[in-house]
Design a protein around this ligand. Structure first.
Ligand SMILES: NC(=O)c1ccc[n+]([C@@H]2O[C@H](COP(=O)([O-])OP(=O)(O)OC[C@H]3O[C@@H](n4cnc5c(N)ncnc54)[C@H](OP(=O)(O)O)[C@@H]3O)[C@@H](O)[C@H]2O)c1
Length: 295
């Protein structure tokens, strides 16, 4: 299924000087490519980053591109729910309006690690973090409608399985299992959230940006790193390709009325059939709410 076509790619010429964008994962990879273009179009950008030095350096770059102090550093380690809550407090205090929320940050964890909230790291950063941030900023997005949320998923969601009795993969952890489960659950919760947002003017979609040459595989170990990194270097597209897909979803009129969908590069696609199983979706939604302490 194709989205409404936008042949002249008019979104590339949009002036964003009255728009505020909240962006995670804009300090590297395709997120950085996207956020640079948003800055060039005049958007006010709240850039969440875990490294103060690296994020401030990107904020300075964005402000140079814009020729104005439009970008702001928001300290946020997405592996910590307290840090996400603190970041949301800063954003809500500084932004009367939020037009676009882009959850681009993600990891390929090289080993099973546990966060300070006692969550498995890949589950925490790839799924719980955007799930929590979306909920914390939701009222402000509704007040700012029309508004859009974009969750960065992955083509690998189709290999995802849900271990309902062991969602943190205590027994059978691997990089692949943890990543694909988190990205599948992200797609499931995107669909569920879209249903709850019907009539609010806020849309939420999941995007597989394609196979893109970035730092995503930096934590891999052993054969996964020996095979994965050279394969990415040889076969993946440059970061700007992923960045442009993010931009298109964020800005193009063709996505104006589209919500709850899985966008595979530039096309709406059916997700993993498990994402269409409403009972299963309800279960992972409840687990996610419990894990981030949302009633
Ligand atoms: N590359 C691909 O082929 C591909 C394919 C499908 C989906 N994706 C998804 O696309 C998104 C962007 O990934 P990428 O490929 O551009 O990877 P990347 O180059 O590794 O960038 C990842 C971004 O996430 C940030 N991040 C990671 N952990 C964080 C944490 N705990 N707190 C705050 N920020 C954190 C990183 O911050 P630092 O700068 O501090 O490291 C960086 O800005 C991810 O969600 C990924 O799963 C990628």
């Amino acid at each position: 299924m194709m989205a409404k076509s936008d042949n002249n790619r008019g979104y590339l010429n949009k002036d964003l000087s009255d728009k505020t964008v909240v962006f995670t994962g804009g300090t590297d990879g395709m997120g950085k490519a996207a956020v640079e273009k948003l800055a060039a179009k005049g958007a006010t950008i709240m850039l969440l980053g875990r490294s103060k030095e690296k994020t401030i350096a990107v904020v300075n770059e964005l402000n140079n591109i814009a020729g104005k102090e439009n970008a702001t550093y928001v300290p946020c380690n997405l592996a910590s729910q307290q840090s996400i809550r603190n970041a949301a407090t800063i954003i809500l205090a500084q932004c009367p309006q939020i037009d676009i929320l882009i959850n681009c940050a993600g990891i390929n964890a090289g080993a099973r690690k546990i966060t300070e909230d006692k969550m498995e790291m890949s589950w925490a950063v790839n799924h719980l973090a955007p799930f929590l941030l979306n909920h914390l900023l939701l009222d402000r997005l509704k007040k700012s409608a029309p508004a859009r949320i974009i969750n960065l998923s992955s083509a690998t969601e189709k290999y995802g399985n849900i271990s309902l009795d062991d969602i943190q993969l205590v027994k059978n952890w691997s990089t692949f299992r943890s990543y694909t489960q988190a990205k599948l659950v992200m797609n499931m919760c995107t669909r569920k959230m879209a249903k709850e947002l019907v009539g609010t003017g806020v849309t939420v979609n999941a995007l597989n940006p394609g196979f893109i040459k970035t730092n995503l595989l930096r934590d891999l170990k052993g054969w996964e790193s020996i095979i994965g990194i050279p394969y990415m270097l040889l076969c993946a597209s440059k970061p700007e390709v992923g960045g442009d897909r993010i931009l298109r979803m964020a800005l193009s009129d063709e996505y104006e009325d589209i919500s709850g969908q899985y966008i595979y590069e530039d096309t709406i696609r059916a997700p993993n059939p498990k994402a269409l199983d409403e009972q299963l979706v309800d279960k992972v939604w409840e687990i996610s709410k419990n894990h981030v302490g949302i009633r």
